[in-house]
Write a protein that binds this ligand. Sequence first.
Ligand code: GDP
Length: 301
Amino acid sequence: LRQGLGKTRLGLINQLKAIVGQGPLNKDAVFEIEALLLQADVGIEATDFVIETLQQKLRDETLPPEEAIAYLKQILRDLLDKPYENGYKPDFIPEKDQFNIWLMTGVNGAGKTTTIGKLAHLAQKSDYRCLIAAADTFRAAAVEQVKIWGQRSNTDVIANPGKNTDPAAVVFDAITAATARNTELLLVDTAGRLQNKKNLMEELSKIRRIIDKKAPNAQIESLLVLDATLGQNGLRQAEVFAEAAQLSGVVLTKLDGSAKGGVALAVVKQLGLPIRFIGAGEGIEDLRPFSSYEFVEALLN
Ligand code: GDP
């Protein structure tokens, strides 16, 4: 599978063919599509949008099966690409010879550390000078975990050995190191405590203040790592982070083990954020830049 979507596939193509094979897309057929989308956790808002758009088209014309499917794919792709019309840049590639800082956020267990390791690996493969800041100082295990991923990806990790270290202090040290080394991409692991939104906000804004002060020319991105298997529940988490951090995109993880890949559409529709990468496995290579085309092909097949 091109996007490694595993169970996320809707099998919609065959079902659609069966539905529209009997004639033009009628009301019953649209209801069946609606049910399939909801089943895949596309969510009510995005599903409504898709179905309404589909119905509008079918009001004035009937579409043969192939065209109906192509049109549905286009609706889904357009939905996923919508954030690019609203100021989010479509090419999510760190600029060479610039200082890029990517803040990685997300609740514990979402796959944040793993994603940082995969991103570092991707950066190394593309000849970026990359560095990791272990600023999730809340959990001792998190620092160890990120160090393991640093070794795997051949990337240095800046961490503070002391207990109860201030995450902003780690970021400060990491920027010092990054500046000395001409680092192009600094990946910052942050704590994923969702229990207390105020703490989360304060911690993230403190980190940003340090960055603004110490690296005013850096290109800052803030990525939310989201576990796709949580479906609509993950979306509620995402809303909290969207409030706490100025997010520039989402990494959707565990799509390999999920039948809820449709949540990508819900995320984009409800939060207006673009999906940047998808995680489809626990290995270092199992991260891909997001492509709406490939995603929709995999989702419907
Ligand atoms: P963190 O607490 O957010 O840093 O999460 P971790 O990176 O430690 O990941 C939590 C668990 O999810 C680990 O067992 C990872 O191997 C697993 N994991 C992370 N990303 C993926 C993915 O894309 N697919 C699968 N199947 N497992 C993943």
